[in-house]
Design a protein around this ligand. Structure first.
Ligand SMILES: [Zn+2]
Length: 86
């Protein structure tokens, strides 16, 4: 695929500029996506809950019956501590 692109560039020099812009735009998109990922990670950390009983991080679980989310201790089933998600 890269070989084909190189060939097209050598044949049509005017296209080179367009191609370079395309690459730059794609690079910017990659940076933006990376930024978004970092932000969502930060948000996750902010929302991290610690169990009151054993001080281990809690994980989001979903009630299989009500489909409601809640925080459950990662030490489950040894620790059954939970917190409401909201
Ligand atoms: Zn716990």
């Amino acid at each position: 695929m890269c070989e084909m692109a190189d060939e097209a560039l050598s044949r049509i020099p005017d296209d080179q500029l367009f191609y370079q812009r395309k690459i730059r735009r794609r690079a910017k998109q990659a940076v933006d996506a990376d930024k978004k990922r970092t932000e969502s990670l930060k948000k996750q950390r902010q929302e991290q809950q610690i169990c009151n009983q054993c001080r281990l991080p809690m994980v989001v679980r979903t009630n299989s019956k009500t489909k409601q989310k809640f925080w459950g201790c990662s030490n489950f089933p040894r620790c059954r501590s939970t917190k409401s998600y909201e």
